[in-house]
Design a protein around this ligand. Structure first.
Ligand code: OAD
Length: 246
């Protein structure tokens, strides 16, 4: 890919960089993005209608089974070159923050540390009643399984529509956005708040905003650069040209 020389220099000279990722970065691992049509059994449901506390109250079995299916997809898949490029970037940039909206855990599997998870993780489970993370439970066939402490229903430790983000995670993300010289928005439709505001915060604070996405998003008009393409191709290419890594 032919990158702008000035952009390459600005990235190379930056002491502080943050990257915000969304479902698009896991696309090349074979995981469908959040807003694209689902396949197979789940084609008749909208993810936005399953990922809510109301949906879980109405039909906890259906919602649990949907997450079981998504966990299965993740277990059979691998992090891709886009996830790996961010691990390499973190190793060369003096201060690097990785903020993700994804709940699939691929960044950690690829080797990223200290990932700021805005929407939790499907690999963790918590009690719907008490909100505490639960590591072990009795596998007696109940769907969803029951909390060993209070008998409440277990649910994935993710943030659903209408729920608040973890305070510490969003605090760290805003702090990073306010202080970076370069902010990457990668594979996200940039429509779900408050994550969607992070690149705007970075821009207002004087940071260079670079979007990596095959398509345009509401962020595109505001971004300094839109690197059009799949992140699994663009990111390895970019780090090769900036730091000779890859
Ligand atoms: P979306 O599914 O809304 O958007 C995925 C974005 O990835 C789109 O803009 C695609 O154009 C882009 N994309 C597709 N293939 C790509 C590729 N190979 N490389 C790079 N980008 C690609 O997913 P998110 O923006 O992550 O929250 O959605 C944000 C949040 O909405 C999710 O975390 C979820 C949902 O509400 C919760 O569950 C709380």
């Amino acid at each position: 890919m032919d990158f702008d020389e000035k952009m390459i220099d600005q990235i190379r000279q930056a002491g502080r960089i943050a990257a915000l990722t969304g479902a698009g970065i896991s696309k090349e691992s074979g995981i469908p993005t959040f807003r694209e049509a689902q396949t197979g059994l789940w084609a008749q449901y909208e993810p936005t209608e399953l990922a809510t506390p109301q949906a879980f109250r109405r039909n906890p079995e259906l919602v649990w089974e949907w997450y079981q299916w998504r966990r299965g997809l993740v277990r059979e898949a691998q992090p891709n070159p886009g996830h790996k490029a961010l691990v390499q970037m973190a190793a060369v940039v003096p201060q690097f923050s990785l903020i993700t909206q994804n709940v699939d855990g691929f960044h950690q599997m690829a080797g990223s540390r200290d990932v700021i998870e805005l929407h939790g993780s499907i690999m963790r489970t918590k009690c719907f009643t008490e909100g505490v993370v639960v590591e072990d439970w009795q596998n007696d066939g109940a769907v969803p399984p029951k909390c060993p402490r209070c008998g409440g229903l277990l649910r994935p430790d993710v943030v659903w529509f209408g729920e608040n983000l973890p305070v510490e995670a969003i605090g760290r993300a805003v702090e990073a956005a306010e202080s970076v010289e370069v902010f990457f928005s990668i594979g996200t439709s940039a429509v779900v708040e408050p994550a969607a505001s992070l690149p705007r915060v970075a821009k207002q604070a004087g940071g260079l905003v670079i979007e990596i996405n095959p398509d345009a998003t509401p962020l595109t008009p505001l971004a300094d650069y839109h690197l059009k393409g799949p992140s699994g191709v663009v990111l390895p290419d970019l780090i090769q040209q900036v730091w000779d890594l890859g």
